[in-house]
Write a protein that binds this ligand. Structure first.
Ligand SMILES: O=C(O)CCC(=O)C(=O)O
Ligand SMILES: [Mn+2]
Length: 208
């Protein structure tokens, strides 16, 4: 007998875009499980405030972050080498379910906490060299629904938008990071927090 699935495979959809495809599970986790993970991770995570330098001026990143991963999965960000925090049991359980669902393995995860709609992430793509040429990035959302916007890098009139709801899983693969940028814009009407977890695979020189 087939083992019962921890995730809801039935509501999987493929979103076909120029040069890329997204896979989306709107109810990867039940509302109840997503709420419990949100509460737990809000409490146990050692949230960090990062700064970025824009045109020579230091600014606070408008969200809180935390990096988790295997011991070797270090990454450089703004010219500084960061070492990830060891996995906790909640993140390991999520990682296992997500790996099983999308047939990939991940050695790190970036957690973003959007405290409310004033927090955001600006247009970018996850194209750092340590993620390899065609990274698979699995993005789990917990908490307040937020808009996730995409724009094609060459044909910037090509846009796509989806609302990432609590418990949803979005998987980006192939040329997504090379050809498209994404952002989570500010939404001042949103008062509730949201955690987004992007599971990633950092490719080190030894296993590239
Ligand atoms: O919060 C999200 O849905 C996206 C976060 C993101 O793009 C990132 O961490 O690179
Ligand atoms: Mn991103």
């Amino acid at each position: 007998m087939r083992q019962s699935s921890l995730f809801n495979e039935s509501s999987y959809e493929v979103i076909r875009l120029k040069d890329a495809e997204l896979e989306y599970w709107p109810e990867f986790l039940s509302g109840k499980d997503a709420g419990e993970y949100l509460g737990k991770l809000l409490k146990i995570t050692n949230w960090q405030t990062e700064t970025i330098r824009i045109a020579g001026v230091e600014r606070l990143v408008p969200r809180l972050t935390a990096w988790f991963g295997d011991p070797g999965a270090s990454y450089s960000y703004s010219g500084v080498l960061h070492h990830p925090t060891a996995w906790n049991k909640e993140l390991l359980a999520l990682k296992r379910q997500i790996e099983q669902c999308c047939g990939e393995s991940f050695n790190s995860a970036l957690l973003n906490l959007y405290r409310n709609g004033k927090d955001s992430v600006a247009w970018h793509s996850d194209d750092e060299p340590e993620l390899g040429r065609q990274p698979v990035i699995a993005s789990l959302s917990l908490g307040a629904p937020r808009s996730f916007q995409l724009k094609h890098k060459k044909d910037s009139h090509l846009r796509h938008k989806l609302t990432l709801t609590s418990g949803s899983l979005l998987v980006m693969r192939g040329d997504m990071q090379q050809c498209w940028s994404h952002q989570v814009p500010k939404e001042p009407a949103v008062t509730e927090p949201r955690i987004n977890i992007t599971f990633r695979n950092i490719v080190t020189n030894s296993n590239q």
